[in-house]
Design a protein. Structure first.
Length: 164
């Protein structure tokens, strides 16, 4: 939405959710890129998440969602429908950058894999966030924060020594 900054004039198609992808595209928006956040019908999973013990009125957006998506425009698309896929292809065809944190297999099923998008936009920068990196036996596994903390050992050393 900003018209100044080092990335002014760039269009980013943000097809990410929860935290890592939205944080990356938030930084791009902060630097002047026009970011279009694409959400599924009903919104992304993080849209209405609130901290423990906090029960706001129904429909109040979660603070993490608000923070990670500032400075972006939004659109709701069902990319499992032909119309939704067509709108997404048109958005990406005019974009400079595509950011996602969906699994590679899911993206390919939706027609949003790198090879397919590069056909209509060969100059597209395709960025895929992955909890396990792009190579190796776990490259295509899903990852969320709690699982990352458990797998990396942080969960084992967090909290009181005599508690959970």
């Amino acid at each position: 939405m900003a018209d100044t900054g080092p990335l002014s004039g760039l269009l980013v198609a943000d097809f990410s959710r929860v935290l890592a992808g939205p944080y990356a595209t938030m930084l791009l928006a902060d630097m002047g890129a026009e970011v279009v956040k694409v959400e599924r019908p009903g919104g992304e999973l993080n849209r209405y998440v609130h901290g423990p013990g906090f029960a706001p009125p129904r429909g109040v957006l979660g603070t993490q969602y608000v923070a990670m998506n500032r400075g972006k425009r939004g659109i709701c698309l069902d990319v499992h429908s032909e119309l939704g896929r067509e709108v997404m292809r048109r958005l990406v065809a005019g974009a400079d950058v595509f950011v996602t944190n969906y699994r590679r297999e899911a993206l390919e099923r939706m027609g949003l894999g790198y090879e397919e998008l590069a056909l209509s936009n060969p100059r597209l920068v395709y960025a895929r966030v992955s909890g396990f990196g792009p190579l190796g036996p776990d490259a295509d596994k899903a990852m969320l924060d709690g699982a990352a903390q458990a797998r990396g050992g942080l969960a084992a050393i967090s909290g009181p020594s005599d508690g959970h």
